[in-house]
Design a protein around this ligand. Structure first.
Ligand code: PHE
Length: 350
């Protein structure tokens, strides 16, 4: 009787696993058969009643049921687990062939670009970069450049003076101030070959003038330096930055700190010298001021003007950026409009 009961249960167990659909059903089966009041547990507890001669067989059969149940349970359980993992993997699938999200990258400001171009050219000619401060003394900005107080040429470079230190400190109106610093710092009072790029400030504001703009100053001091060296240097420089076809012409001019002084024109790079709106039909564009360093300037900074000569030049880097990149209004350079600045990304790939 007892053995038949176990036999029945075994058959039942063999059938129930056939229809299990998921883990929940599997777990409720475990509950139904193996919990405290489960069918297998209950039948197991009958062992007390089973007559002795049947006990052995009964025990073996009950074990058979248990083993069968457990094996089936484990088999289905891992099957369901695997299925769940696969479904998860399938639903979370990443399409690695999709194009990635583009990371937004900044790009160099047009003025940084042009400054690096200037610097590279002069470094290749043996110059070093010299940096001077933007807040300067009146002495360095004017007096030691042969522009004493009241000199009329100061008018062309009216700038911003620091309120409480009126007539003492200002924001520099020209990078020529760095000439003075470099000469004074050079204790041996020997040869110098420097370029000084940087910001300068004047009371200007229109499409081609901004109250803040960028200049680069060049200074060479040595024995036997002549106007020919100045001409050669600037000719090489202009061709390198504006193209080999560029022609250069020198016109006499005046700067208090150079004598003789010149202004340097280049053939218009838009029309090649034929005449257009950019060069106002003249074929030429003025780009640099230059000259031989005035002996007074050398002497004021401790140089022996009998032994040393020098040449100096200065130019606005903004103008070059405007010409090279086709920027019609200087004020856009300093306006921080991202739509303007973004356009220079392309230059990274050139
Ligand atoms: N500092 C002059 C200017 O700002 C340019 C210049 C520099 C001229 C050096 C001669 C020599 O106009």
């Amino acid at each position: 009787m007892y053995n038949e009961k176990v036999e029945e249960l075994l058959n039942e167990v063999k059938n129930i696993f056939l229809s299990v659909k998921d883990k929940t059903e599997l777990e409720s089966l475990k509950q139904e058969y193996l919990s405290k009041n489960g069918k297998i547990t209950q039948i197991n507890s009958l062992i007390k009643e089973v007559p002795n001669e049947e006990k052995r067989e009964f025990g073996m059969k009950v074990n058979e049921v248990k083993t069968y149940f457990n094996e089936e349970y484990e088999r289905l359980n891992s099957e369901f687990e695997l299925k769940a993992i696969n479904e998860k993997l399938e639903s979370e699938r990443i399409d690695i062939t999709l194009p990635g999200k583009k990371v937004k990258r900044g790009s160099k400001h047009p003025m940084s670009r042009i400054q690096e171009e200037f610097e590279d050219i002069f470094i290749s000619m043996g110059y070093t970069i010299y940096d001077g401060p933007e807040i300067e003394s009146d002495e360095n900005c004017f007096q030691k450049l042969n522009l004493p107080k009241g000199h009329p040429a100061r008018d062309a470079q009216d700038t911003f003076y620091l309120k409480d230190e009126y007539e003492k400190f200002l924001i520099r109106s020209q990078t020529s101030t760095a000439q003075v610093r470099a000469m004074e710092e050079n204790k041996e009072k020997g040869p110098l070959r420097i370029v000084c790029p940087g910001k300068v400030y004047r009371r200007d504001e229109d499409a081609t003038h901004s109250h803040q703009f960028m200049q680069i100053e060049g200074l060479v001091i040595d024995e036997n330096v002549s106007m020919a060296d100045l001409k050669g240097t600037l000719e090489v420089f202009c061709k390198k930055i504006l193209g080999e076809k560029t022609q250069v012409r020198f016109r006499p001019s005046f700067f208090p700190f150079t004598e003789p002084s010149v202004e340097v024109d280049v053939t218009c790079f838009k029309c090649g010298g034929k005449g257009c709106s950019l060069c106002k039909q003249t074929g030429w564009i003025e780009v640099l001021g230059a000259g031989m360093v005035h002996p007074n300037v050398l002497e004021m900074s401790g140089y022996d003007s009998k032994k040393y000569q020098g040449f100096a030049f200065g130019t606005g880097m903004d103008r070059f950026a405007m010409f090279k990149y086709g920027i019609p209004d200087i004020r856009t350079i300093y306006g921080n409009d991202i739509r303007f600045l973004n356009q220079f990304d392309r230059k990274d790939n050139e």
